[in-house]
Design a protein around this ligand. Sequence first.
Ligand code: HEC
Length: 208
Amino acid sequence: MPGPPIMGWQTFGDQHVMRRVFFTAIALAACTSALALEPESESPQAQARVLAQEFVALLKPRLKQAMEEGGPTRAIAVCADAAPGIADALSTQSGWTVERVSLKSRNASRAAPDPWERSVLLEFDRRQAAGEDAANISFGEIVGNRYRYMQAQGVEPLCLLCHGKGLADDVQETLKQYYPDDWAVGYSLGEVRGAISLSTAVEVDSAP
Ligand code: HEC
């Protein structure tokens, strides 16, 4: 993917430096996680849950800090690098494939769902519309020789600044620079913005 323009990005301007920082952050976070302690003893579903939580726990503080430092336009710059960086670092560290997907993607090169993800996302929308809290919506199953799991990400007040309706002009402008093909706007509170999608190879019993 062609890299987005770097704006106001000083501390972590170098991709490699950033990766190192994330690996360190993840190594530290991993010390306390069940995943790092007993990876084999946990069910794939439990491992997926820990990874999904870890993704949010790593990204959200960075997002909030960037918002406090320089508002949403600064946070977009951080998110553009940090979110894919965290997904990749978690994948490398865990051996799982960790991604974020959406029916209305912002990062078209990473977030377009495959057919299984698309059908799960449609089901998540139905479940949310029927009254379930997006934060509690998840689904996992074995598909072929992989265990696949998705955890919905619901729209909270913070998210509306960059994914809501009637975005501020400078936010729209910055988003356009990074994501000319951005569909991830117009959301309302509580809706399913997308999902963290995880998968890992499992041994499937082929006996009839
Ligand atoms: C400061 C602006 C900003 C805020 C606030 C924000 N996001 Fe995003 N969001 C982005 C950007 C930028 C991307 C694209 C990141 C990338 O390139 O992977 C993105 C991508 C995503 C994606 C990945 C799928 C896609 O469309 O690319 C999900 C899911 C998502 N955001 C959910 C949320 C949720 C849930 C919240 C609130 C808790 C939130 N976002 C708050 C800017 C923001």
